[in-house]
Ligand binder design. Sequence first.
Ligand SMILES: NC(=O)c1ccc[n+]([C@@H]2O[C@H](COP(=O)([O-])OP(=O)(O)OC[C@H]3O[C@@H](n4cnc5c(N)ncnc54)[C@H](OP(=O)(O)O)[C@@H]3O)[C@@H](O)[C@H]2O)c1
Length: 291
Amino acid sequence: MRILVTGAKGMLGTALLPVLSRNHTAWGIDVQDCDICDAAAVSAYLRSHPPDLLIHLAAYTNVDACEANPQIAEETNAFGTRNLAAACAEIGAAMLYVSTDYVFDGTREGAYGEEDAPRPINVYGRSKWMGEQHVRSILKRFYIVRASWLYGAGGKNFVTTILKAAHQQKTLRVVNDQRGCPTYTHHLSAKIAELIQTESYGTYHITGSGSCSWFEFAQAVLELWLLDGVEVLPISSDESGRAARRPANSVLENRALRQIHLEPLPHWKTALAEFLEEIGQTDLGFNDPSV
Ligand SMILES: NC(=O)c1ccc[n+]([C@@H]2O[C@H](COP(=O)([O-])OP(=O)(O)OC[C@H]3O[C@@H](n4cnc5c(N)ncnc54)[C@H](OP(=O)(O)O)[C@@H]3O)[C@@H](O)[C@H]2O)c1
């Protein structure tokens, strides 16, 4: 297949492109190649470089900054996605759109299934949910993949943020009233590569198995990194002072994946150990204050 990936230089794109390139003609673009907010540029790019499948990762992903810049969030995440879906319709390409657990409000008792009604509580979640609706209304052949709490090489993420903080401070304060499913970009990429072979179009939750709070996640990072002498204290979301509200529970059940007989992703703690092994040899620049 000819597969075009938007947001290719982002965290997920960095993991996904090499996986796709093993079996497909895959290439990536970023904002320098084509700004997804520019409908004419998007249409011209896809006509001159037509893929069979477009994997759309590009997004305005800073959840707190989205609160201050709702217009950029909507233009990028909602209208940018609409522009790409419309261009795919023009050239007859299928699309895979990566969405988020933040489309849910977090009030559900158990895990959210694919059929549960989204009700986002922040600007980022609303803009991604609008993006989903554009994909559904414009295209017949689409996958919507809701991922959550991503980490991996090639991007700012919770795991490396915690490691860096732990090398600079003796006490870390981490939110304990939000629960979700940490997801390693390598594992998500491998599953996306399997999913696109099925042509079983539809909406999928794809996350690491099991769930935890950010506090438990931070504890596991330090435990597995064998870092002693750093205390992690639980705090509430209110105490964290973040601009955007987050769902208290954004655990996603990966039911649709099971229904098409694809294996679930490994448990989040197994995945975390794998990621820490991956970055073990890397210079994370802990002593560089500008990192
Ligand atoms: N990170 C998470 O925890 C998480 C969780 C669930 C779902 N997701 C979704 O997964 C996808 C990938 O996330 P990620 O963490 O890999 O994101 P990321 O690292 O922030 O990468 C996003 C990419 O999109 C590009 N981009 C932004 N605005 C653009 C525009 N107008 N035109 C073209 N490209 C543009 C960015 O380029 P610049 O860097 O140059 O701006 C960047 O390369 C996103 O759709 C996100 O919503 C992420």
